[in-house]
Ligand binder design. Structure first.
Ligand SMILES: CCCCC/C=C\CCCC/C=C/C(=O)SCCNC(=O)CCNC(=O)[C@H](O)C(C)(C)COP(=O)(O)OP(=O)(O)OC[C@H]1O[C@@H](n2cnc3c(N)ncnc32)[C@H](O)[C@@H]1OP(=O)(O)O
Length: 280
Protein backbone atom coordinates (compact mmCIF):
# COMPACT_ATOMS: atom_id res chain seq x y z
CA UNK A 1 0.00 0.00 0.00
CA UNK A 2 1.21 3.47 -0.86
CA UNK A 3 0.52 4.74 2.67
CA UNK A 4 3.02 2.28 4.06
CA UNK A 5 5.74 4.37 2.50
CA UNK A 6 4.98 7.34 4.63
CA UNK A 7 6.37 8.45 7.92
CA UNK A 8 5.03 11.39 9.86
CA UNK A 9 6.64 14.61 10.94
CA UNK A 10 4.47 17.42 12.17
CA UNK A 11 5.59 21.00 12.45
CA UNK A 12 3.64 22.92 15.02
CA UNK A 13 3.86 26.35 16.47
CA UNK A 14 4.68 26.26 20.16
CA UNK A 15 1.52 28.17 21.10
CA UNK A 16 -0.58 25.35 19.71
CA UNK A 17 1.43 22.57 21.22
CA UNK A 18 0.08 19.99 23.61
CA UNK A 19 1.97 19.46 26.89
CA UNK A 20 5.64 20.50 26.92
CA UNK A 21 6.70 16.89 27.40
CA UNK A 22 6.02 16.29 23.71
CA UNK A 23 8.83 17.27 21.35
CA UNK A 24 8.16 20.24 19.07
CA UNK A 25 8.71 18.36 15.84
CA UNK A 26 7.84 14.70 15.96
CA UNK A 27 10.11 12.47 13.98
CA UNK A 28 9.09 8.88 14.01
CA UNK A 29 11.51 6.36 12.60
CA UNK A 30 9.01 3.60 11.90
CA UNK A 31 9.32 4.16 8.21
CA UNK A 32 11.45 1.70 6.26
CA UNK A 33 11.13 3.13 2.79
CA UNK A 34 12.67 6.49 3.45
CA UNK A 35 9.82 8.93 2.81
CA UNK A 36 8.77 11.44 5.48
CA UNK A 37 5.83 13.80 5.48
CA UNK A 38 6.18 17.32 6.81
CA UNK A 39 2.75 18.65 7.66
CA UNK A 40 2.62 22.34 8.44
CA UNK A 41 0.35 22.96 11.39
CA UNK A 42 0.12 26.51 12.62
CA UNK A 43 -3.59 27.32 12.73
CA UNK A 44 -5.53 29.17 11.59
CA UNK A 45 -3.61 29.84 8.34
CA UNK A 46 -0.18 28.20 8.61
CA UNK A 47 1.57 31.56 8.59
CA UNK A 48 5.32 31.24 8.68
CA UNK A 49 6.27 32.74 12.01
CA UNK A 50 9.84 32.85 13.27
CA UNK A 51 9.06 29.80 15.36
CA UNK A 52 7.62 27.79 12.48
CA UNK A 53 10.52 28.75 10.21
CA UNK A 54 13.01 27.67 12.85
CA UNK A 55 11.22 24.42 13.52
CA UNK A 56 10.97 23.67 9.81
CA UNK A 57 14.73 24.10 9.41
CA UNK A 58 15.46 21.86 12.40
CA UNK A 59 13.15 19.15 11.06
CA UNK A 60 14.73 19.28 7.63
CA UNK A 61 18.19 19.11 9.12
CA UNK A 62 17.22 16.01 11.11
CA UNK A 63 15.89 14.36 7.98
CA UNK A 64 18.95 15.32 5.93
CA UNK A 65 21.20 13.78 8.58
CA UNK A 66 19.17 10.62 8.93
CA UNK A 67 20.28 8.49 6.03
CA UNK A 68 17.14 6.34 6.21
CA UNK A 69 15.22 9.23 4.62
CA UNK A 70 15.50 9.96 0.89
CA UNK A 71 12.38 12.01 0.27
CA UNK A 72 9.93 14.37 1.95
CA UNK A 73 6.37 15.27 1.09
CA UNK A 74 5.57 18.81 2.22
CA UNK A 75 1.90 19.41 2.91
CA UNK A 76 -0.52 21.13 5.27
CA UNK A 77 -2.56 20.05 8.25
CA UNK A 78 -4.79 23.17 8.04
CA UNK A 79 -7.89 22.47 5.94
CA UNK A 80 -7.96 24.56 2.76
CA UNK A 81 -4.73 26.40 3.46
CA UNK A 82 -1.28 25.24 2.43
CA UNK A 83 0.31 28.35 3.94
CA UNK A 84 -0.68 32.02 4.11
CA UNK A 85 2.99 32.90 3.65
CA UNK A 86 5.27 34.83 5.93
CA UNK A 87 3.67 35.85 9.20
CA UNK A 88 2.88 39.51 8.66
CA UNK A 89 2.85 40.21 12.38
CA UNK A 90 6.59 39.38 12.42
CA UNK A 91 7.18 42.27 10.02
CA UNK A 92 5.02 44.89 11.75
CA UNK A 93 5.94 47.08 14.70
CA UNK A 94 8.89 44.97 15.84
CA UNK A 95 12.50 45.88 16.63
CA UNK A 96 15.34 45.94 14.10
CA UNK A 97 16.90 42.97 15.89
CA UNK A 98 13.67 41.03 15.49
CA UNK A 99 13.39 41.84 11.78
CA UNK A 100 16.99 40.71 11.29
CA UNK A 101 16.41 37.44 13.12
CA UNK A 102 13.19 36.82 11.23
CA UNK A 103 14.73 37.51 7.83
CA UNK A 104 17.75 35.30 8.52
CA UNK A 105 15.30 32.49 9.36
CA UNK A 106 13.46 33.06 6.07
CA UNK A 107 16.76 32.92 4.19
CA UNK A 108 17.83 29.80 6.07
CA UNK A 109 14.65 27.90 5.28
CA UNK A 110 14.84 28.85 1.60
CA UNK A 111 18.47 27.74 1.36
CA UNK A 112 17.80 24.45 3.17
CA UNK A 113 14.80 23.64 1.01
CA UNK A 114 16.24 24.82 -2.28
CA UNK A 115 19.50 22.90 -1.88
CA UNK A 116 18.11 19.87 -0.08
CA UNK A 117 19.63 16.53 -1.04
CA UNK A 118 16.26 14.94 -0.35
CA UNK A 119 13.57 14.66 -2.99
CA UNK A 120 10.96 17.24 -1.99
CA UNK A 121 7.42 16.92 -3.31
CA UNK A 122 4.85 19.59 -2.46
CA UNK A 123 1.35 18.20 -1.92
CA UNK A 124 -0.48 21.52 -2.07
CA UNK A 125 -3.83 21.03 -0.38
CA UNK A 126 -4.88 24.64 0.00
CA UNK A 127 -4.38 28.26 -0.92
CA UNK A 128 -0.74 29.19 -1.24
CA UNK A 129 0.16 32.89 -1.49
CA UNK A 130 3.63 34.48 -1.30
CA UNK A 131 5.86 32.63 1.19
CA UNK A 132 3.53 29.61 0.94
CA UNK A 133 4.05 29.55 -2.80
CA UNK A 134 7.79 30.00 -2.29
CA UNK A 135 7.99 26.88 -0.15
CA UNK A 136 6.32 24.86 -2.88
CA UNK A 137 8.59 26.39 -5.54
CA UNK A 138 11.66 25.12 -3.68
CA UNK A 139 10.36 21.57 -4.01
CA UNK A 140 11.30 19.30 -6.90
CA UNK A 141 7.69 18.72 -7.94
CA UNK A 142 4.33 20.30 -7.11
CA UNK A 143 0.96 18.54 -7.00
CA UNK A 144 -1.97 20.94 -6.49
CA UNK A 145 -5.50 19.99 -5.42
CA UNK A 146 -8.09 20.92 -8.01
CA UNK A 147 -10.17 23.39 -6.03
CA UNK A 148 -10.93 26.84 -7.52
CA UNK A 149 -10.19 28.44 -4.13
CA UNK A 150 -6.64 27.12 -4.05
CA UNK A 151 -4.82 30.03 -5.65
CA UNK A 152 -1.06 30.04 -5.76
CA UNK A 153 1.46 32.76 -6.57
CA UNK A 154 3.74 35.51 -5.34
CA UNK A 155 1.29 38.32 -4.54
CA UNK A 156 3.72 40.57 -2.66
CA UNK A 157 3.08 43.67 -4.79
CA UNK A 158 -0.58 43.61 -3.74
CA UNK A 159 0.58 44.08 -0.15
CA UNK A 160 2.74 47.02 -1.23
CA UNK A 161 5.95 45.06 -0.69
CA UNK A 162 8.45 43.49 -3.07
CA UNK A 163 9.40 39.86 -3.55
CA UNK A 164 13.17 39.76 -2.90
CA UNK A 165 15.53 38.77 -5.73
CA UNK A 166 15.82 35.17 -4.55
CA UNK A 167 12.04 34.76 -4.44
CA UNK A 168 12.04 36.16 -7.98
CA UNK A 169 14.86 33.82 -9.07
CA UNK A 170 13.01 30.79 -7.72
CA UNK A 171 9.94 31.74 -9.74
CA UNK A 172 11.91 32.54 -12.91
CA UNK A 173 13.66 29.15 -12.65
CA UNK A 174 10.25 27.49 -12.51
CA UNK A 175 8.04 29.35 -14.99
CA UNK A 176 10.48 31.37 -17.11
CA UNK A 177 11.26 35.06 -17.26
CA UNK A 178 8.23 36.51 -19.04
CA UNK A 179 5.62 34.63 -17.00
CA UNK A 180 7.48 35.49 -13.81
CA UNK A 181 7.76 39.17 -14.71
CA UNK A 182 4.03 39.48 -15.36
CA UNK A 183 3.08 37.38 -12.34
CA UNK A 184 5.36 39.34 -9.99
CA UNK A 185 4.42 42.82 -11.15
CA UNK A 186 0.71 42.08 -11.01
CA UNK A 187 0.96 39.96 -7.85
CA UNK A 188 -0.97 37.22 -9.63
CA UNK A 189 -2.51 34.37 -7.69
CA UNK A 190 -3.25 31.57 -10.15
CA UNK A 191 -6.19 29.19 -9.83
CA UNK A 192 -5.24 25.52 -10.40
CA UNK A 193 -5.81 25.30 -14.18
CA UNK A 194 -3.84 28.51 -14.79
CA UNK A 195 -1.10 27.47 -12.40
CA UNK A 196 -0.71 24.27 -14.39
CA UNK A 197 -0.77 26.09 -17.72
CA UNK A 198 2.07 28.47 -16.75
CA UNK A 199 4.11 25.70 -15.10
CA UNK A 200 3.82 26.95 -11.54
CA UNK A 201 2.66 23.47 -10.57
CA UNK A 202 3.40 20.17 -12.30
CA UNK A 203 0.10 18.40 -11.76
CA UNK A 204 -3.45 19.25 -10.72
CA UNK A 205 -5.46 16.35 -9.31
CA UNK A 206 -8.74 15.87 -7.42
CA UNK A 207 -8.36 16.92 -3.81
CA UNK A 208 -8.62 13.39 -2.43
CA UNK A 209 -5.78 12.24 -4.69
CA UNK A 210 -3.15 14.83 -3.78
CA UNK A 211 -1.38 12.66 -1.26
CA UNK A 212 -1.45 9.42 -3.27
CA UNK A 213 -0.25 11.29 -6.37
CA UNK A 214 2.61 12.82 -4.40
CA UNK A 215 3.57 9.32 -3.27
CA UNK A 216 3.52 7.95 -6.81
CA UNK A 217 5.63 10.85 -8.04
CA UNK A 218 8.01 10.30 -5.14
CA UNK A 219 8.48 6.66 -6.15
CA UNK A 220 9.41 7.79 -9.66
CA UNK A 221 12.00 10.29 -8.38
CA UNK A 222 13.43 7.79 -5.90
CA UNK A 223 14.00 5.31 -8.70
CA UNK A 224 16.90 7.50 -9.82
CA UNK A 225 20.22 6.87 -8.06
CA UNK A 226 20.60 9.49 -5.31
CA UNK A 227 24.13 10.63 -6.13
CA UNK A 228 23.33 11.35 -9.78
CA UNK A 229 20.06 13.11 -8.99
CA UNK A 230 21.58 15.14 -6.16
CA UNK A 231 24.52 16.33 -8.23
CA UNK A 232 22.18 17.27 -11.06
CA UNK A 233 19.95 19.21 -8.66
CA UNK A 234 22.96 21.03 -7.32
CA UNK A 235 24.13 21.88 -10.86
CA UNK A 236 20.73 23.37 -11.59
CA UNK A 237 20.21 25.24 -8.32
CA UNK A 238 23.53 26.13 -6.70
CA UNK A 239 24.26 29.19 -8.88
CA UNK A 240 20.93 30.70 -7.79
CA UNK A 241 21.46 29.85 -4.12
CA UNK A 242 25.05 31.13 -4.20
CA UNK A 243 23.83 34.58 -5.18
CA UNK A 244 22.11 34.83 -1.77
CA UNK A 245 24.84 33.00 0.15
CA UNK A 246 27.40 35.57 -1.05
CA UNK A 247 25.37 38.48 0.27
CA UNK A 248 23.21 37.25 3.11
CA UNK A 249 24.11 40.09 5.47
CA UNK A 250 23.58 42.72 2.80
CA UNK A 251 20.22 41.13 1.99
CA UNK A 252 19.25 41.37 5.67
CA UNK A 253 20.32 45.02 5.81
CA UNK A 254 18.28 45.70 2.69
CA UNK A 255 15.26 44.02 4.24
CA UNK A 256 15.71 46.03 7.47
CA UNK A 257 15.82 49.32 5.59
CA UNK A 258 12.83 48.37 3.48
CA UNK A 259 10.58 46.96 6.17
CA UNK A 260 11.34 49.80 8.62
CA UNK A 261 10.08 52.48 6.25
CA UNK A 262 6.95 54.21 7.49
CA UNK A 263 5.27 53.66 4.13
CA UNK A 264 5.94 49.89 4.23
CA UNK A 265 4.79 49.59 7.84
CA UNK A 266 1.64 51.45 6.89
CA UNK A 267 0.98 49.16 3.91
CA UNK A 268 1.48 46.02 6.00
CA UNK A 269 -0.75 47.30 8.79
CA UNK A 270 -3.48 48.24 6.34
CA UNK A 271 -3.29 44.80 4.73
CA UNK A 272 -3.51 43.06 8.12
CA UNK A 273 -6.42 45.29 9.14
CA UNK A 274 -8.20 44.40 5.90
CA UNK A 275 -7.75 40.70 6.63
CA UNK A 276 -9.04 41.14 10.17
CA UNK A 277 -12.02 43.27 9.12
CA UNK A 278 -13.05 40.72 6.48
CA UNK A 279 -14.81 38.74 9.21
CA UNK A 280 -16.66 41.57 10.90
C1 LIG B 1 13.65 44.56 -3.11
C2 LIG B 1 13.33 44.72 -1.68
C3 LIG B 1 13.18 43.41 -0.99
C4 LIG B 1 13.31 43.54 0.45
C5 LIG B 1 12.25 42.75 1.16
C6 LIG B 1 11.14 43.56 1.49
C7 LIG B 1 9.91 43.22 1.91
C8 LIG B 1 9.48 41.99 2.42
C9 LIG B 1 8.89 41.11 1.44
C10 LIG B 1 8.49 39.94 2.12
C11 LIG B 1 7.90 38.93 1.23
C12 LIG B 1 6.60 38.55 1.78
C13 LIG B 1 6.17 37.32 1.73
C14 LIG B 1 4.89 36.91 2.34
O1 LIG B 1 4.64 35.75 2.42
S1 LIG B 1 3.82 38.11 2.92
C15 LIG B 1 2.33 37.26 3.30
C16 LIG B 1 1.43 37.22 2.12
N1 LIG B 1 0.24 36.48 2.44
C17 LIG B 1 -0.98 36.83 2.04
O2 LIG B 1 -1.18 37.78 1.34
C18 LIG B 1 -2.12 35.97 2.52
C19 LIG B 1 -2.96 36.72 3.48
N2 LIG B 1 -4.02 35.88 3.99
C20 LIG B 1 -5.12 35.57 3.27
O3 LIG B 1 -5.28 35.92 2.14
C21 LIG B 1 -6.16 34.74 3.98
O4 LIG B 1 -5.92 34.80 5.35
C22 LIG B 1 -6.16 33.26 3.53
C23 LIG B 1 -4.79 32.62 3.63
C24 LIG B 1 -6.71 33.15 2.09
C25 LIG B 1 -7.11 32.47 4.47
O5 LIG B 1 -8.38 33.09 4.48
P1 LIG B 1 -9.40 32.74 5.65
O6 LIG B 1 -9.48 31.27 5.86
O7 LIG B 1 -10.66 33.47 5.34
O8 LIG B 1 -8.72 33.31 6.98
P2 LIG B 1 -8.63 34.83 7.45
O9 LIG B 1 -8.28 35.71 6.32
O10 LIG B 1 -9.87 35.17 8.21
O11 LIG B 1 -7.38 34.79 8.43
C26 LIG B 1 -7.46 34.21 9.71
C27 LIG B 1 -6.52 34.96 10.64
O12 LIG B 1 -5.18 34.79 10.15
C28 LIG B 1 -4.58 36.09 9.96
N3 LIG B 1 -3.64 35.99 8.83
C29 LIG B 1 -3.90 35.65 7.58
N4 LIG B 1 -2.77 35.64 6.83
C30 LIG B 1 -1.77 36.00 7.66
C31 LIG B 1 -0.35 36.18 7.48
N5 LIG B 1 0.27 35.97 6.33
N6 LIG B 1 0.36 36.58 8.56
C32 LIG B 1 -0.22 36.80 9.75
N7 LIG B 1 -1.57 36.63 9.99
C33 LIG B 1 -2.32 36.24 8.94
C34 LIG B 1 -5.76 36.99 9.67
O13 LIG B 1 -5.41 38.32 9.91
C35 LIG B 1 -6.78 36.46 10.64
O14 LIG B 1 -6.42 36.95 11.91
P3 LIG B 1 -7.50 37.26 13.03
O15 LIG B 1 -8.11 35.92 13.38
O16 LIG B 1 -6.75 37.88 14.14
O17 LIG B 1 -8.51 38.19 12.41
Amino acid sequence: MAQDLVDGLLIKARSHLPPPSEPLGKLSKRDRKGVAVIKLKNPPVNSLSLEVLTEFVISLEKLENDKTFRGVIVTSDCPGIFSAGLDLTEMCGKSQAHYAEFWRAVQELWLRLYLSNLVLIAAINGVSPAGGCLISLTCDYRVLADNPKYNIGLNETLLGVVAPSWFKDTLVNTVGHRTAERALQLGLLFPPAEALRVGMVDQVVPEDQVHSTALSVMAQWLAVPDHARQLTKSLMRKPTADRLVKQRDADIQYFLQFVSRDSIQKSLRMYLDKLRQKKG
